[in-house]
Design a protein around this ligand. Structure first.
Ligand code: UD1
Length: 348
């Protein structure tokens, strides 16, 4: 029988792409989400998961559960025998986290504490956590490997990722048979090759590529480039963009690794290659055949000049490596954006 894996926040951008890979790899995902950042479809399912069902022709088991409701979470664990948990659920907007820090600490930290408590009381001891390269703060050296110091985050969102990592490490120390993997994502972009699921930010996109693709599709007039006076080849910020499907596959590799390892370990999920904002604009223009007008504006507070991963540890220990190049990331992003100009609310 297929192993049952709980996926928290599985209706979101990263979660929904992981659900595809889990099903393809023969797992039985049970997905929960609170619809904070997901559009409702019909039959009680999030629209994203309804589309995953169409892509794969498979049913997905879903329940609307909020991690702040510990009783509901506990009932779910009474009902299913999970072999592992993939934990994506959480708030993720950097700017909002500065304005509403307590909301971020309540939702991200309390939600995770409930999850760890319920896992512990039900004897579920394997966890993959959706962390971020943001835990490294301002890079002290490049490329960033997993031994780079962590905790220098400037905003509450980033701090919640760091605090959760620490909570999970302590829990693994306290209960020696626990086993957890912290996946530190660099900058996930792109979409499933079907063009049916992708990133659908609510309101004005905070991140670069959703904004660029909305300019290309005509939803926004031009991109604001946040500074061109950084110490980088063209003066604009450099990041390690990784295809969302590669990132999702990293979770399958982590799940496999959990079968044979113990303790808590962090891995970078990145490509090891950095591209500037202007290189990303050019790549999107090539993939879409559309012009992406931009204006140079002031730097965004809290931004760093350059950030890219050393992905060697994940290659050595998880047997995972990013495979898709920048052209492919932009082609897949464009397929999603052009077929769904208004995201999941686009009728088909
Ligand atoms: C941001 C967050 C980070 C989070 C990550 C993934 C900040 C300060 N950091 O990282 O904590 O983990 O997203 O969600 O918000 N850019 C523009 N114009 C835009 C948007 C972005 O020029 O409209 C530039 C940025 O200055 C940066 C690059 O594009 O150089 C990438 O930005 P973004 O996609 O927001 O990712 P990060 O800054 O790496």
């Amino acid at each position: 029988m297929a192993e049952k894996v709980l996926v928290t926040g599985g209706a979101g951008y990263i979660g929904s792409h992981c659900v595809v890979e889990l099903l393809e790899a023969g797992y039985h995902p049970v997905v929960i989400d609170n619809f904070h950042n997901a559009i409702r479809g019909t039959h009680g399912l999030p629209e994203s998961l309804q589309r995953v069902q169409k892509i794969l022709g498979k049913e997905i088991e879903f329940e609307e559960v909020d991690l702040l409701n510990k009783d509901a979470l506990s009932s779910l664990f009474d009902k299913h025998k999970f072999s592992a948990v993939l934990h994506f659920a959480g708030l993720k907007a950097v700017g909002e986290s500065v304005e509403k820090p307590l909301l971020y600490y309540k939702v991200n930290l309390t939600g995770t504490i409930h999850l760890l408590e319920v896992m512990s009381s039900h004897g579920v001891k394997k966890l993959v956590f959706s962390s971020s390269a943001t835990v490294y703060g301002d890079p002290k050296y490049l490329p960033i490997d997993e031994s780079h110091p962590v905790g220098g985050c400037t905003n509450p969102y980033g701090k919640t990722k760091y605090f959760i990592e620490e909570m999970i490490k302590d829990q693994c120390k306290a209960e020696g048979d626990w086993c957890a993997i912290l996946l530190r994502y660099f900058n996930p972009i792109g979409a499933h090759v079907s063009g049916r699921i992708g990133e659908d930010p609510q309101g004005i996109p905070n991140n670069l590529m959703p904004y660029v693709s909305q300019v290309a599709v005509g939803r926004r007039e031009y991109l604001n480039v946040f500074g061109n006076d950084y110490n980088t080849p063209d003066g604009t910020g450099v990041r390690d963009y990784i295809h969302i499907v590669d990132l999702a596959k990293g979770h399958i590799a982590a799940l496999k690794r959990l079968e044979t390892s113990s303790g808590c370990k962090a891995y970078n999920l990145g490509t090891g290659v950095g591209y500037s904002v202007l290189q990303m604009v050019k790549a999107m223009e090539k993939a879409s055949g559309k012009e992406v007008p931009y204006k140079i504006v002031a730097r965004r507070e809290g931004d760093i000049a350059t950030c890219y991963a050393d992905p060697a540890l994940a290659a050595a220990e998880l047997g995972w490596k990013a495979e898709y190049d920048l052209d492919r990331m932009c082609e897949d992003l464009w397929r999603w954006q052009s077929h769904n100009p208004t995201g999941f609310s686009t009728e088909h």
